[in-house]
Design a protein around this ligand. Structure first.
Ligand code: URA
Ligand code: SF4
Length: 205
């Protein structure tokens, strides 16, 4: 099966992990993407936020959540009284998956599949082992399913304080992905509910 495992060094040093991730070929996504977008933040962070995968702008810049979804996230963090500097921000899948539009100019996001989520998981485990967060906030179904398995439903569990499965001793809260708020027809309500989830999540710290 496809896996990043052979590329992950036995190290808790984030700089070493990041450097190794830049050369990952654990699944096919490295081929068409610009670069690996590794997590960002310090080992001292008590909170880790996990998104889906880098988008177009993240792929170009090499940093997570710097495009439209990232701007919404920044605003929501600000409103929730959370300092992004104190949060380790990463994605379940570290390369951008996309298709080209008909003219071949725009790159359109494609949802990562189970194969890619499972293949990329060793990087997430390495980040968790390094940062050892007390709280993990899962942004959307891909992140939640990366950790809780494919049967996990955000709609049923959002905002609940859960135990992170596996070896990592942390609380976990799943909420929607910021991109879903940008697409929502009831954007203000969706945004307010998202901020409420973030506030409830950090209250466990
Ligand atoms: N969406 C994500 O899930 N992650 C990013 O880094 C950007 C957009
Ligand atoms: Fe490796 Fe993950 Fe990129 Fe696939 S998506 S090549 S597993 S870093």
């Amino acid at each position: 099966a496809k896996s990043a495992a052979e590329f992950v060094p036995a190290s808790q040093d984030l700089a070493r992990l990041r450097e190794a991730a830049a050369g990952c070929r654990g699944c096919d996504l490295y081929r068409d993407a610009t670069q690996t977008v590794f997590g960002e933040g310090t080992r001292k962070a008590r909170t880790m936020m996990i998104g889906e995968q880098p988008g177009d702008q993240e792929d170009r810049r090499g940093e997570p959540f710097v495009g439209p979804a990232g701007r919404l996230l920044d605003r929501a963090l600000d409103e929730s009284g959370i300092d992004r500097e104190g949060v380790y921000v990463t994605n379940a899948v570290k390369h951008f998956k996309f298709r080209r539009d008909e003219r071949g100019s725009r790159r359109i996001h494609k949802k990562p599949g189970r194969t890619e989520i499972v293949a990329c998981r060793p990087w997430l485990d390495a980040e968790l082992a390094s940062v050892q967060p007390d709280l993990v906030i899962l942004l959307g179904a891909t992140a939640a399913q990366a950790l809780f398995g494919p049967d996990f439903r955000i709609t049923e569990r959002r905002g609940e304080v859960l135990e992170l499965p596996g070896d990592h001793d942390a609380k976990a809260v799943a909420t929607v992905h910021p991109s879903s708020i940008l697409r929502s027809r009831e954007r203000d309500e969706a945004y307010a509910a998202f901020v409420a989830d973030l506030k409830a999540a950090v209250a466990v710290l």
